[in-house]
Ligand binder design. Sequence first.
Ligand code: SF4
Length: 85
Amino acid sequence: MRVTGDDWARLGDAAGRAAHFISQRAYMKMTDSHCAALELRRTADGAPEYFCTLYDRRPQVCRDLARGSPQCEGELAAKHDRVPE
Ligand code: SF4
């Protein structure tokens, strides 16, 4: 996921560990085929819960594609084949 200059500034002191440059462009780092800022936690009853550790500072694209929104669902449908197994 692209990280713009504004995103980098918003990430603040987390930018260096959450994002990196590939050539001239910055992207969020990936861990196990997902954004490195995403953390899997367990609720008290053991159910999985996905948690963005940078939610307040997340990139603009994450803000524009709110989880479960029609825009997010459209992206999922259009890019489903790109997700690695
Ligand atoms: S919302 Fe958070 S975890 Fe999800 S892609 Fe954006 S920065 Fe990564």
